[in-house]
Design a protein around this ligand. Structure first.
Ligand SMILES: [Fe+2]
Length: 351
């Protein structure tokens, strides 16, 4: 399986994964042969790239952290809650459903063992808020599991992460989407979303206090310069400190109307640079160990100018993967091979 930017897809290529819309409905199924029409639809919907199956990467399987079925169910409930499904008398059933999905996601992550997060998330920017909520949930659980949180705590963390931006449903969509270019009064309105979300949650659902503070404090910075309360260090709830990191990583690596996503390697560098400033240093340490800087199936440029596809990542050697050179088909193990010692991965090709 291999990641290809949408602009480089050609008819006849076979899709390597199920693609869902923001409401969790299957758009295109795994193994489907792409036609001109499907490719232009992907472009139109704003998907920056997808995974395909091809000869070159035959045998390269990427372990997905959650199953397509669970991803679809999680998207569906988040989509409905952002649309107001939890309001009024339906709130009881919505609460039960989100808890059940949270349990499934946690079980998927825990059953996968200590697997590295090795994929680029496939999302489009029209439905960004829903995909983003799920990604932040999965990333938070991966970090929380590594931290040693108990099953029940992980389920609560998942609920908080899925709903961290629920306050945005009360805001003008244009303000939410176009935030990068606005400022002033708009900025103040935008910054009210953690409080709006936490208050909504408290008034409608019966989640624990930890879930509530996870949402209220997810924009607090470790050094006290965040919002809405300006809390510092470990006064900020643990869930909020975890979600803060997962949120930032996912925002940076996602394509937005305002610009293309950055490679995971750059997002990870940013997390490390902001460790102790925006983020809890202990949690940054955990997080960067779980995330592949150069995910499997992605094309990279090597320091010798050759282009290669990442075939495998090794624990504790995030910058020295096993790669296959595109022009020659040669396999290079950057961790173990004497002859490859001088070669480094230069950059990830996202377009
Ligand atoms: Fe937020």
């Amino acid at each position: 399986m291999r990641y290809l930017p949408t602009g480089r897809l050609t008819p006849g290529m076979a899709l390597g994964q199920d693609i869902f819309d923001g409401a969790g409905r299957l758009l295109l199924a795994k193994h489907l042969l792409l036609s001109e029409e499907y490719i232009s639809n992907l472009e139109f919907l704003g998907f920056p790239g997808v995974y395909i199956d091809d000869e070159f990467t035959r045998g390269v399987e990427i372990q997905q952290v959650i199953s397509p079925q669970v991803r679809s169910r999680a998207l569906k409930i988040v989509y409905e809650l952002f649309g107001g499904a939890g309001d009024g008398q339906e709130s009881g059933s919505a609460e039960v459903r989100i808890q059940k999905v949270a349990e499934s996601v946690v079980e998927n992550v825990v059953n996968n063992g200590d697997v590295m997060y090795n994929m680029l998330d496939i999302k489009n920017y029209d439905d960004y808020i829903y995909y983003h909520s799920i990604s932040v949930g999965v990333l938070s659980i991966v970090a929380g599991a590594r931290l040693g949180l108990a099953y029940d705590e992980l389920c609560q963390l998942a609920c908080a992460a899925f709903l961290h931006d629920i306050g945005k449903r009360f805001m003008d969509r244009e303000l939410v989407v176009g935030r990068e270019t606005s400022g002033g009064a708009d900025e103040e309105v935008f910054k009210s979303h953690p409080k709006l979300g936490a208050e909504y949650l408290r008034s409608v659902f019966h989640f624990s206090h930890e879930v509530y503070t996870g949402i209220l404090e997810h924009h607090e910075n470790y050094n006290g310069e965040g919002y809405p309360l300006g809390k510092t260090g470990e006064d900020i709830g643990l869930f909020a400190r975890i979600i803060r990191i997962a949120n930032c990583y996912d925002v940076m690596t996602s394509a937005q109307p305002a610009g293309k996503g950055q490679p995971p390697s750059e997002a990870l560098e940013y997390l490390m640079a902001m460790s102790g400033v925006r983020f809890d240093p202990q949690l940054v340490n955990i997080f960067v160990r779980k995330m592949a800087a150069y995910p499997v199936g992605c094309e990279v440029e090597l320091s010798n100018g050759q282009h290669a596809v990442v075939m495998e990542n090794f624990d504790n050697f995030p910058l020295r993967p096993l790669v296959r050179v595109i022009d020659t088909g040669e396999i290079l193990n950057l961790r173990d091979e004497e002859s490859a010692r001088a070669i480094t991965v230069g950059r990830l090709i996202m377009q």
